[in-house]
Design a protein around this ligand. Structure first.
Ligand code: KG4
Ligand code: ZN
Length: 338
């Protein structure tokens, strides 16, 4: 029996809808919200209003792109959390209304599971997926976690950031250099022309498998402040080198713990997921490390790194197969336990 899932993602500032049939991607529409660019970050109230305006046209287009009608959808999966409450409410309300009207099951999805299970979206017959158990470094604007994935829906966080997320470190350091939001992709682009060894920034010394990025952000800020005193155009003159050195520091911090966990737990299947997994420095450094260590490395396609509904639909698919349906009175959760 074939299973067709409509996925809805609205946890932050992207409105997205996707159709997945038997694990295969039929469509994945993402509507970004440019309205936040002028504010240097996501404005929650503006985000939920934009979701309201976007959700119906985005779903409509996702169904058209998939070449299917509403009648062919077997269940609706939606992001229940974590995220911005007003944004989550729009996606959750739409999903509930759609499920009720079509008399089909509703499936709640944890956004973080979605990022990780994006590795199981089948795009074609040749799609390569990690084997269980695997280690996944989940790096996004809100999260930095090391997760041991034992099965589709059995995951354990073994390490995480104790303060800022890696994406937040990229975004906040970009802001002090007066770069646009979100800063991660901008730093990535500028870093390509810079020298990663031009400057050295302090790395945290945190015991165990946890991360910390708030110290790096502060040391970056002080470094700029000190240098601007002798050269008022320091940022402008050294932008590419600053970006390359900062990026290399973040990547080194991230991968050193990946290496420790993989060694301690004897894991050779290693994946990355989340918005920061789009970073070219992280992608190439992990590939090189994997070759050195003899790991099988899994790097998501760019379109599945940042927020998208295909990752919600694939997670919904595995929950559907297990009969894990949600009741209509479940509220969205800004903070959602893993
Ligand atoms: O997963 P995501 O789309 O949203 C959250 O769930 O947070 O991640 C967004 C984060 C932002 O911090 C953004 O700057 C970062 O991912 N990001 C990048 C790159 N592309 C997106 N960071 C570094 N390099 C990139 N190429
Ligand atoms: Zn995300």
């Amino acid at each position: 029996m074939s299973v067709t899932i409509l996925g809805i993602e609205s946890s932050c500032d992207d409105t997205s809808a996707s159709v997945i049939r038997d694990g295969y991607l039929l469509s994945n529409l993402i509507s970004n919200q440019d309205v936040h660019k002028a504010y240097g970050g996501v404005v929650p109230e503006l985000a939920s209003r934009a979701h309201q305006a976007n959700i119906i046209p985005v779903v409509d287009k996702a169904l058209k792109d998939a070449g299917i009608s509403k009648d062919e959808i077997d269940a609706v999966a939606f992001t229940r959390g974590p995220g911005l409450l007003g944004s989550l409410l729009v996606g959750a309300s739409f999903a509930k209304g759609f499920a009720l009207a079509r008399k089909i099951p509703l499936v709640e999805v944890n956004h973080l599971y979605g990022h990780i299970l994006a590795h199981f979206i089948k795009v074609d017959e040749g799609s390569k997926h990690p084997a269980f158990p695997f280690l996944c470094l989940l790096v996004s604007g809100g999260h930095t976690q090391l997760v041991v994935v034992r099965d589709y829906l059995e995951m354990e966080i073994v390490g995480q950031t104790i303060d800022d997320a890696a994406g937040e470190a990229f975004d906040k350091c970009a802001k002090v250099m007066d770069l646009p939001y979100p800063g991660g992709p901008v730093i990535d682009k500028l870093a390509a022309q810079g020298n990663p060894n031009a400057f050295t920034f302090a790395k945290p010394r945190i015991a165990g498998y946890d991360y910390s990025f708030s110290g790096l952000k502060t040391s970056f800020l002080y470094f700029l402040r000190d240098n601007i005193q002798s050269d008022p155009h320091f940022i402008e003159n050294s932008k590419a080198d600053l970006c390359a050195s900062l990026q290399q520091t973040i990547v080194d911090i991230l991968l050193s713990k990946v290496q420790t966990v993989a060694k301690d737990m004897g894991i050779k299947e290693v994946a990355i997921a989340g918005g920061v997994s789009a970073n070219s420095g992280l992608r190439s450094a992990l590939t090189a490390l994997g070759q050195k260590k003899g790991w099988n490395v899994y790097i998501p396609a760019f379109k599945f790194t940042t927020d998208n509904a295909a990752m919600i639909a694939i997670t919904g698919y595995y929950k559907y197969l297990r009969g894990e349906f949600a009741s209509h009175d479940l509220p969205p959760l800004a903070r959602m336990p893993f």
